[in-house]
Ligand binder design. Structure first.
Ligand code: PLP
Length: 379
């Protein structure tokens, strides 16, 4: 038996998306910038795919710029947003629980002379608006706050945070990393009020290596990659037409089943919690985790790394914190002020539209088994 419960790390590519990608690679391989019929049809397809992803996100096609991943979208938004407002000031506000794609970019900007305020989360793993209000300064150039935290599944109050920032000073740019929120929780960039928003394909059943950045219409940003002038001059580089086609296909399919998928994931989450309460009551939940697909758990006294390895050896894929940490202790759990045994025992279970109840049953069965063979002090 095999149970893939790490959908927040990546999701399986939909068959339809893989087939479209293969078709574009083999048949529709024209360069959208060239000037003959197969290029023109590649360009038409790109236009259509942009409109499809924009429709799934709830924005205009001319507000959507394709990138190579969510990390690139985050880097671009933060660097270009800070550069655009450099005359306003060199202060950036973010949170201590962002993905490394945001945190490391902010740290790099600190080395380049920017000052960064890292808001610490409350006990629920969210951010208090009062802390954001207190951090705003006349020289604040940019605020970057994620929509859904990838380790906890908490929903940050982006709409209220953005309104607060814009009421104080409408020139401050607001970016949100919505990589874990896209097609998992309902929102549109416009309803949130943000200027910049990042998404990634492989979290929504498209292949790895494609993402997008929403840039609010009318916001002029400096180019991220210079060259042939693709993506309306802002992100040069021949468009990854096959991945973009797959991204559009996956986004269209996931958008069509959005409500049903959310209900399915929320059911699995509630079911997993009920099963754990009955069969492994020592397992604690961390934070509230309103997002339907992420469940942050801890088995205090055990080492999550060992637990995850033992589960993996038995065909159960879960993660000890975010996949991007590669064994480093989670900065999110540390920022939340969890005790050391809680931090050490923390792991994440996450679902997608294709996860089954049998997979959850198998995970619980294997967790109970692993727990009985691993003594806390020896793990
Ligand atoms: N932001 C968040 C919240 C994520 O969870 C991830 C991926 O785990 C990323 C950004 C990076 O996205 P990508 O893997 O497409 O670079």
């Amino acid at each position: 038996m095999f149970a893939y419960l790490d959908s927040a790390a990546t999701t399986p590519v939909l068959q339809e998306a893989a087939e479209v990608a293969c078709n574009v690679m083999v048949e529709g391989y024209g360069n959208p910038s060239s000037r003959y019929p197969i290029a023109a049809s590649a360009n038409r397809r790109l236009t259509q795919d942009r409109a499809t992803v924009a429709q799934a996100l709830g924005c205009q096609p001319n507000e959507l710029y394709f990138t190579s991943c969510g990390t690139e979208s985050d880097n671009w938004a933060i660097r270009a947003g800070a550069a655009r407002n450099r005359r306003k000031g060199k202060h950036i506000i973010t949170t201590a629980i962002e993905h490394a794609a945001v945190l490391e970019t902010c740290k790099q900007l600190e080395r380049e002379g920017y000052e960064v305020t890292y808001l610490t989360p409350n006990a629920n793993g969210s951010i208090d608006l009062a802390d954001l209000a207190a951090a705003l300064r006349p020289d604040t150039a940019l605020v970057s706050m994620m929509l859904v935290n990838n380790e906890l599944g908490t929903l940050l109050p982006i709409k209220a945070a953005c309104a607060l920032v814009k009421n104080r000073d409408r020139n401050i740019l607001f970016h949100t990393d919505a990589v874990q929120g896209f097609l998992k929780v309902p929102f549109t960039p416009k309803a949130l009020g943000v200027d910049l928003l990042s998404i990634s394909g492989h979290k929504v059943h498209a292949p790895k290596g494609v993402g997008a950045l929403y840039i609010r219409a009318g916001l002029n940003l400096p180019a991220y990659l210079t060259g042939g002038g693709q993506e309306r001059g802002l992100r040069s580089g021949t468009e990854a037409t096959s991945q973009i086609a797959a991204f559009a296909t996956a986004a269209r399919i996931c958008k069509a089943s959005f409500n049903a998928d959310r209900t399915h994931m929320a059911h699995l989450k509630a079911y997993a919690l009920a099963q754990l309460a009955e069969k492994a009551p020592e397992v604690e939940t961390i934070g509230q985790g309103e997002a339907p697909h992420i469940l942050a758990l801890t088995l205090p006294g055990y080492k999550a790394e060992v637990l995850v390895r033992v589960l993996g050896d038995n065909g159960v894929c879960v993660s000890a914190g975010s996949a991007c940490h590669r064994g480093k202790p989670s900065h999110v759990y540390a920022a939340m002020g969890l005790s050391k045994p809680q931090r050490d025992g923390a792991f994440r279970v996450s679902f997608d539209r294709s996860t089954t109840q049998e997979e959850v049953d198998y995970f619980v069965e294997q967790l109970v088994k692993a727990k009985s063979t691993l003594f806390p002090s020896m793990s």
